[in-house]
Every structure is written in structure tokens, then in C-alpha cells.
Design a protein around this ligand. Structure first.
Ligand SMILES: [Zn+2]
Length: 214
């Protein structure tokens, strides 16, 4: 089961992937995690990635593609994978097709989690993080027991710069501009499935399972 997850930041892709990994026994591969792993490994590739991330720039396509290729060739991807955060552009989508062809695999499902800008803004701007242990709260869906304090360690909760409204809106628009063509790309290949990402986690998971179980 070779799957790609598409959707703007705040669509909940990470949450859904985590649930599905348990049910399907295939790995969740996120480019963010892969970049962090590459940096931690101290490899040549990792050093290049570190340099770029430090400057706050986007990791260029050729580097991202080599990292994805290396990852998908690993043994744990034999039964399939959920790829999240890649591809973000049509060029990357074409590169993914090439990578999979080389590995004798084929992408089967591109699942697009559709959420409106309003929903994303509401989800992310209500996010609070513990300064001390990093636990993530949501003032609406997962509020702390005591206002402004972490349930686990009593640390102070704060809002990350990235989670502020203007930043969230900008990221949403950038995503939609870059990624809409990717959605069309998969539609033309008859691999696109759209799921309403604003319904609850349980109903989203159910819908995804219906898709992949035909
Ligand atoms: Zn804490």
C-alpha cells in the first residue's frame, strides 16, 4: 500500500498517519522527520541539510529527492508506506514516480485532506506548547487543567511564532499555491481521493480505510 498524504499544515496529516501506521503496519515517512534524522546522523547529506535549515530556507528538490529515495529503498517499506510532506510540487511528484519506478514500486493512493483556511487558523492559533517538556495543547480540543500551565510538569504554556494567525494564513496560501498543481497531477492519474479533513479524527480514519480497502 503505497500512499501519499496531501493537505495544508494543520490538516491533521500527522495525527491520521500515526493512527493508520498502527492499523496497517507500514511506516509513516515525513520529510520533516527525515531531515531531522539526516542532520542527526552527521552524514554529508545531513550536513548540507543542516546548513540550509539553519538559514531558514527550503531544502531544494534534488536534496529532498535523494533523501526520499534512500528512505523508500529501506526494507520496512516493502509492504508500503505513508509519505507525508512530499511531494509538494509537480516536479517532486514526477521525481517520486521515477524513484518508485527504479524501486519497482507504484504509488496507489494520493489522499488529499481538504480543510478550509478558517478551520486551519482555528486549529493552529489555539495551539499552546509547554516551554519545559514540549507537550502540545489545544485551547479548544485539549485544554490544560489549569490555565496557562502544563498538566504534566507545571511548565508555562506559550504560543509558537509559527502558530500565530498571520504566519498560519501565509503558510496555508503558500501551500495551496504550490500544491494545487500536485493535486491535479494525481487527479489526471486517477489516484486522487479527497477526504473532508474537518470532520473528527475517527471519521477521517474510517474514510481513509474505506478508500484503501476499496
Ligand atoms: Zn510540560
Amino acid at each position: 500500500m503505497n500512499i501519499v498524504f496531501l493537505g495544508p499544515p494543520g490538516a491533521g496529516k500527522g495525527t491520521y498517519a500515526k493512527e493508520l501506521v498502527k492499523m496497517l503496519g507500514i511506516p509513516h515517512i515525513s520529510t520533516g522527520d527525515m531531515f531531522r534524522e539526516a542532520v542527526a546522523s552527521g552524514s554529508e547529506l545531513g550536513k548540507k541539510v543542516e546548513e540550509i535549515l539553519k538559514k531558514g530556507e527550503l531544502v531544494p528538490d534534488d536534496l529532498t529527492i535523494s533523501i526520499v529515495k534512500e528512505r523508500l529503498a529501506k526494507e520496512d517499506c516493502e509492504k508500503g508506506f505513508i509519505l507525508d510532506g512530499f511531494p509538494r510540487t509537480v516536479d517532486q511528484a514526477k521525481a517520486l514516480d521515477e524513484i518508485l519506478k527504479m524501486l519497482n514500486k507504484k504509488l496507489e493512493y494520493a489522499i488529499y485532506f481538504e480543510v478550509s483556511e478558517d478551520v486551519v487558523v482555528q486549529r493552529i492559533t489555539n495551539r499552546r506548547v509547554c516551554k519545559n517538556c514540549g507537550k502540545i495543547y489545544n485551547l479548544i480540543t485539549l485544554p490544560p487543567k489549569v490555565d496557562g500551565k502544563c498538566d504534566v510538569c507545571g511548565g508555562e504554556l506559550y504560543q509558537r511564532e509559527d502558530d500565530k494567525e498571520e504566519v498560519v494564513k501565509r503558510r496555508y496560501r503558500v501551500y495551496m499555491e504550490n500544491t494545487y498543481p500536485v493535486i491535479e497531477y494525481y487527479q489526471k492519474q486517477n489516484k486522487l481521493f479527497t477526504v473532508d479533513g474537518s470532520s473528527g479524527v475517527d471519521s477521517v480514519i474510517k474514510e481513509v480505510l474505506n478508500i484503501i480497502r476499496g
